[in-house]
Design a protein around this ligand. Sequence first.
Ligand code: THG
Length: 373
Amino acid sequence: MSQKFIAKSRRLRSTIYSSRIEQQGLTSYTVYNHMLLPAGFSDSLEQTYYHLKKYVQIWDVAAERQIQISGKDASKLIQLMTPRNMTNTKAGKCYYCPIIDDNGGIINDPVILKFNNDKWWVSIADSDLLLYAKGLAIGKKFEVEIFEPNVNIMAVQGPKSFDLMNKVFGSKILELKFYNFDYFQFADNKYLIARSGWSKQGGFEIYVENDEAGLALYDEFFRIGDEFNIKPGCPHLIERIESGLISYNNDIDIGDNPFECGFDRFVDLDSDIDFLGKERLKEIKKEGISKKLMGVTISANEIQITGSLNLFYQNKLIGELRSAVYSPTFKKVIGMAMINKPFFTIGQNFEINLGDKGDKSIHSGTVCELPFI
Ligand code: THG
C-alpha cells in the first residue's frame, strides 16, 4: 500500500508535545478529535509492545480533549447523557461512561472526572460531544457553561511508571487509587494527575493545564528516566486489543447500543435517574440484543485493517471484524468483531478473506471472550 501524507492546517490541531516527540523518532500521526494523535515511533510495533509491558512510556494523548460542563445544572446534564447512575459519584474520581442518544446508540465512551456537583470534565473519545451537550443544554434550558479548556494529557504508562512518578512527585503519588485524581506538585507547578490510562500496564494520566509546565515536566521525565528505560510512546494497538480496551468509531459506533458493546455494568434501568434513551434501552433489554462485540482469533501471521472485514460461517455472513493485529504473545491475529445473533458464542468458527484487492486468501478464525489477557 502506498503511503500518503496528511496535510496540516489550523483545523487539524497540533499538540503542545509535537516539538518534543517529532525529535524523538515519531513516524506517524492519526487524527482524533480534529487533532494530531501520535500513532507510531521508529521502533517496530513489537519492540514498543515489549517495551510498554516492561518499562515506562510517555504518551502525548492531548487529543483526548476535555469538555468542561459547569454550572448549577451540570450534574443533570451529565446524567442526561449517560445510562450509568451518577447519583452517588464522588469528587476526585473518574468514571468510564457510555454516552448515548435517544435511540440508545453510542455517541462516545469518555472518562468523566468529577470535581464537584457543579463542575465536571468529560475526557472524550473521537466524536464531537461538545455539540451534543450544547444542543441538549439549549433545548432543556439548563444553566450550564460548556467549553473545551486548554488541557493536554500526557500519559505515563507501563510497570515502571510508579518508580518514575515517585521520583518526580514523591511517594504520595503511590497512594493514589485507580481511577482517582488529585493535584501534585513538581517544581513551581501543580498538576492534576489521575491513576488511569489506555493500557493495562499500570500508570497515570497528567492533565496539563499550563503548556510551559507540561513541557517542563516532559523534559524532567526524560532527564531522569534513563534508569527506568523511559521512551516516548503512544496508545498501542497490540496491547489495547489484548486488554480489551475499546476504541470508539473503530470497535463501536452510533449504530451500537451499550448492551451490544458489553457495557451492561454501566446501565441502570431500575432507578429513577433521567437519561436519554432509557425507554429504548428497556425495550432492547426485553427483546434481547441482535449482535455483540466479541474477541476473535484468526490463524494468520499478519493483517492490515482499514475498514470492516466480513466474517462467514458456512457461506453465511455472521459479523464483521472491526480491529485486528498480530499478537506476538498469542502467535496469531487477534481482534474485536461485532458478531450477529445467534453466532456470538465462544468457540463459534468462521472464515475470513484477508486477500488484498480481489485476491483470495481464506483464513479460519474463532470467536472468544474479551479481554484476551
Ligand atoms: N483516558 C482519558 N480520556 C480518554 C481515554 C483515556 N478519552 C478517550 C478514550 N480514552 C475513551 N475510551 C476509553 C476506553 C476504555 C477505558 C478508558 C477510556 C478504560 N477502561 C477500563 C477497563 O475497560 O477496564 C476501566 C473502565 C472501568 O471499569 O471503569 O480504561 O484512556 N483520560
